[in-house]
Design a protein around this ligand. Structure first.
Ligand code: ZN
Length: 267
């Protein structure tokens, strides 16, 4: 069963410290491809290194929408709980541009209005636009993170003509998720969906040809108290089988075809 995880943070210490075991468990669960998403130049470099050591790890290079304006946020004394390194915009975008030939996809990138104040939305959008253009020019699919700015992100992606897009952990309205799917973009559902009403609803209601699976590991654990890991994608596949009333094998085949349509290769 060619399962995959389209959104993982394998460079996170909680997974990196036992990476061999994490990947072995993924393999045992049937996972063939794990898209490791980078957040900034330092993280992208770790993702690249992992992908060179482990062929099942597919490197995605990005610039997280909070990291893209973190310097300005610190200057303004705005609280942000994640311990993230500081990079200026040109360095963040430049890293992706320089390594785009080695990228499986570009991500995660996007817009975040939860941590980032409105005064910095313009600067954040500028970085987003440039990264989307880079991805399109290089023929790479895009992995989107957006929080509270889903409508605007969709508007910009349409404006820029981005066709090959996956929306990770979409937190907007179901109506908008439907529009996004109708537009031909994909939405990935995380492994904690069985205990999250919104994700469960999306999985049940969206067209099946628009669905992908992810974990966002080590976040969004299906079992609180331990970090999630790529092997957990099996949980969302099982939930889909239940909601779609289809055998697990058919679900995995169907969703693998979606993966191939978006990324141009089989998982
Ligand atoms: Zn992420």
């Amino acid at each position: 069963m060619p399962l995959f995880d389209v959104h993982a943070h394998l460079s996170d210490a909680r997974l990196l410290n036992s990476i061999e075991e994490v990947l072995k468990r993924a393999e045992e669960a049937g996972v063939r491809s794990i898209l490791a998403n980078g957040l900034n130049p330092q993280d992208n470099a770790r993702v690249l290194e992992l992908s060179q050591r482990y062929p099942m790890v597919k490197p995605c290079f990005g610039f997280y929408p909070v990291d893209a304006v973190l310097a300005e946020m610190r200057e303004q004394g705005i609280e942000y709980p994640r311990d993230a390194p500081l990079f200026d915009k040109e360095e963040g975008i430049g890293w992706v541009a320089e390594h785009i030939g080695q990228a499986f996809a570009v991500g995660e990138i996007g817009l975040d209005g939860h941590w980032v104040p409105t005064s910095l939305w313009g600067a954040q959008e500028e970085v987003f636009r440039r990264l989307v253009k880079l991805a399109i020019e290089a023929g790479k699919a895009i992995v989107i993170h957006t929080r509270k700015r889903e409508e605007r992100a969709f508007q910009l992606l349409k404006e820029l003509g981005a066709k090959r897009v996956n929306w990770h952990c979409f937190g907007g309205k179901l109506r908008l998720a439907r529009e996004i799917a109708e537009h031909g973009h994909f939405l990935s559902i995380p492994s904690n969906a069985y205990r999250n009403e919104a994700f469960r609803k999306m999985l049940a209601a969206l067209p099946r040809e628009s669905i992908l699976f992810e974990t966002d590991c080590p976040y969004l654990s299906p079992e609180p108290g331990r970090p999630s890991e790529p092997a957990d994608v099996l949980r969302v596949a099982e939930l889909a089988a239940e909601l779609w009333k289809e055998p697990l094998k058919i679900v995995v085949e169907r969703v693998s075809e979606n993966f191939t349509r978006l990324f141009g290769v089989e998982p």
